[in-house]
Design a protein around this ligand. Structure first.
Ligand code: SAM
Length: 254
């Protein structure tokens, strides 16, 4: 048995909490433009009792919250942030995610509808997955519904006016922080390659793209749907100030 803030959660598959409706919703809010929030996401946000928004640092602001602010009703709804630091998995992060999961579980056990908001789509490199893993571990009976959102990949492809795949073409999505041989192989094997999280490794990546003859086939997009949005069809035009966390590269061979 695990005691969570004075409440008891029994980890036993025969124990059923009496929910009739899903009570934790992961809502993908899209890449930044509030008009790209789905109708379902907007409805569930209005219905939520508690809205949880991730921040990278204590006291920091949440972009996901900024995107959905206009859909909320603060006097009625409780809005809170949870810290999800942007670094590799470690024991202290596990502990933090566990505490966040416990807080969410406590709300759900109190009969509240909880909406966790996340940029883009909740299934694509999302902070939500770290919370979700702990919720499932601590209390597998908590009903969870994942509401898909428009990912930055889709929004970037639309803005760049590039198809991601046609016919039997192959599409790869990778973190640009992957080892060079993994990046190299993907660039060789796939027709379209989307490279996420490029800001810290951009210079080396540009060199790699030039070495494999794909620099001219690459488009760099930053802050899609957000203030400061920009599209660079020439990687050499990307300056240090453009290397925003919210940036990606689409490599399209065709
Ligand atoms: C942790 S992942 C989150 C992805 C998100 N769940 C999605 O569906 O787009 C963060 C990375 O996604 C990309 N990204 C997210 N939002 C973006 C935006 N508005 N414009 C450009 N890239 C974005 C960047 O590569 C960034 O480093």
């Amino acid at each position: 048995m695990i005691v969570v803030y004075g409440l008891s959660i029994i980890q036993n598959s025969t124990f059923k909490i009496g929910f009739t409706m899903p009570s934790l919703y992961a809502i993908g809010v899209g890449p930044g433009d509030p008009e790209l929030l789905t109708l379902k996401g907007a409805r569930l946000l209005r219905e939520a009792d508690v809205v949880v928004a991730p921040v990278a640092d204590p006291g920091g602001s949440s972009l996901a919250h900024t995107v959905i602010r206009e859909f909320l009703d603060p006097p009625r709804q409780q809005v809170l942030t949870q810290v999800f630091p942007m670094r590799r998995e470690s024991a202290d992060l596990e502990e933090l995610w566990t505490q966040s999961a416990m807080q969410v579980i406590e709300f759900v056990q109190a009969g509240k509808k909880v909406a966790f908001v996340t940029l883009g789509d909740p299934s694509l490199y999302s902070t939500f997955q770290y919370l979700y893993r702990q919720v499932k571990r601590l209390c597998p009976d908590v009903p969870v519904e994942i509401v898909p959102g428009v990912s930055s990949i889709n929004a970037a492809a639309a803005l760049a006016d590039l198809p991601l795949g046609l016919g039997d073409e192959r599409l790869a999505v990778l973190s640009a922080t992957s080892p060079p041989d993994v990046l190299h192989r993907a660039l060789e094997d796939f027709d379209t390659v989307v490279l996420m999280k490029v800001h810290r490794v951009f210079v080396g990546l540009r060199e790699l793209l030039a070495a494999v003859g794909l620099k001219e086939k690459s488009v760099f997009l930053k802050r899609v749907g957000l203030p400061g949005q920009a599209v660079f069809r020439e990687l050499d035009a990307v300056g240090e100030d453009d290397l925003d966390y919210f940036s990606l590269i689409i490599v399209r061979k065709a």
